[in-house]
Unconditional design. Sequence first.
Length: 282
Amino acid sequence: MSVEHYENFPVASWLCPPALRPAVRAIYGFARTADDIADEGQASAAERLAELADYRAALHAVAAGAPASPRWPAVFGPLAAALRTHRLPLPLLEALLDAFAQDVVKSRYASRAELLDYCRRSANPVGRLLLHLYGVTDALALAQSDAICSALQLINFWQDLSMDVPRGRLYLPADDCAAHGVSESALLAGHDNAATRALVKAQCDWARRLMQAGAPLVHRVPGRAGWELRGVVQGGHCILDKIAALDHASLRERPRLHAFDLLPITWRALGMRGAVDNRASP
């Protein structure tokens, strides 16, 4: 299944080996709850950061073998079991919390490099945690996973422009905006014109290149997980196609995946054959 907050990441789908589904759900629940703390409701920035600090302390406690926090038992009970059973790398979980804390205090990005640094903590740990569960740990696989996950995060940004920009969140890199002659004030005013569409197209092209750089990983992840990853990659491409079909006007309208998109995504996933690419250039 897919869920609104992470709809580009399948969560414990039927393709996931049954023995790993509880751990995948636990990772998702941990990330989803932290995301809600950082972004939902009416709490102040200081209150959100304080709650995230408590959440981090609860993570450290269960990692050290303490009982799950009574504040978030549905999160840290399953996560404690996953930590014990699968020896999940704690730094990857902490990196997610770093990204959510950053969301509280930062809403502008100067460059693509700065945005990729955010993806390194907000998205890439998810892929690395899943590869850990599947026992895939070599450097090339990790680099390709990072490329896919960063691409998915970026695709989510360009898909959600009509929601994020009115809330004052500008993930479009400032230097790219300047290169296309698009001002921050024009974006915040919701101007949809040839310049903003060219800007969005450039960002989508960048995300597609990242996805293509990571795609050879689908041939290296074993069993059903490799097929699930094919669906993830093609789902990302499908959203990019939908943005393109809007003439890159996602500042005005949010494209969505629908049930009827499953057939073309599956067809494209079945067509992902070929030799393993030994290069990764995220």
